[in-house]
Write a protein that binds this ligand. Structure first.
Ligand SMILES: O=C(CO)[C@H](O)[C@H](O)COP(=O)(O)O
Length: 230
């Protein structure tokens, strides 16, 4: 399910560009994934040089990496505001900056942190960009609601697949103890409408459509960074 088509150099360039927005005294939302990991490491380097920031991690993995990098951490309910969030994406619509997220099954916490932040910066590589979203949409569901949500997704024209774990028999279990349905909708012409329908489905904890949230998207390329400001 993870989309990791870009190179490390592209991801690092995107992350480095986004981290330039981090300033002394900020509370920073720390996203999840291989591209954001470059940003977390870069913030760790700044902390080692004396920058005073606190990070709010969006997942177990982000917390673990941020700890390793020496970034002081806070839980979401311990901060009054988040100045900036940096996070990756599985697909970015170049036309309006709508995103599909959740390849790491962390989209529920990511959405809370990214939406709460004053500024939400996305870091991506060119393999993630598309004019129109078409990536399967991860939907985190209560375990007991797996089949009812799957039926609702089918009624919306989607094709849901339970995400399976790679090094464990059975399904992926999220940091919140829930399951993930990867829902293929083909081309998503109206992400906002689909987001509303998915949010309305009982048993859905959160879906991976992030519409109208990204302020800036940094796309690392082979020789620079493309900046999309939706
Ligand atoms: O949404 C996410 C995790 O839930 C990630 O940000 C997304 O999957 C992108 O990851 P990567 O940078 O490794 O491609």
């Amino acid at each position: 399910m993870k989309t990791t088509g870009g190179t490390d150099a592209q991801k690092r360039r995107a992350a480095t560009a986004a981290v330039e927005a981090v300033e002394d005294g900020m509370v920073v939302g720390l996203g999840t994934g291989s591209t954001t990991a470059f940003a977390i490491r870069a913030i760790g380097d700044l902390v080692a040089d004396g920058l005073d920031v606190r990070g709010v991690p969006t997942s177990f993995a982000a917390r673990e990496l941020a700890r390793e990098c020496g970034i002081p951490l806070a839980d979401l309910d311990e901060v009054d505001a988040i100045d900036l969030a940096i996070d990756g994406a599985d697909q970015v619509a170049t036309t309006d900056g709508a995103l599909v997220k959740g390849g790491g099954a962390a989209h529920a916490r990511e959405k809370v942190v990214d939406a709460f932040a004053d500024r939400f910066l996305v870091v991506a590589d060119p393999s993630k960009t598309a004019e129109t979203l078409s990536h399967p949409v991860p939907v985190e569901v209560l375990p007991s609601a797996r089949s009812t949500v799957a039926a609702a997704v089918s009624a919306l024209g989607g094709d849901p697949t339970l995400r399976r774990a790679e090094k464990k028999d059975g399904p992926v279990v999220t940091d919140n103890g829930n399951l993930v349905l990867d829902c293929e909708f083909g081309t998503i012409d109206d992400p906002d409408a689909l987001a509303t329908s998915l949010s309305r489905t009982p048993g859905t904890v959160e879906h991976g459509l992030f519409v109208g949230l990204a302020e800036t998207v940094y796309v690392g390329t082979d020789d620079g960074v493309d900046v999309i400001e939706p």
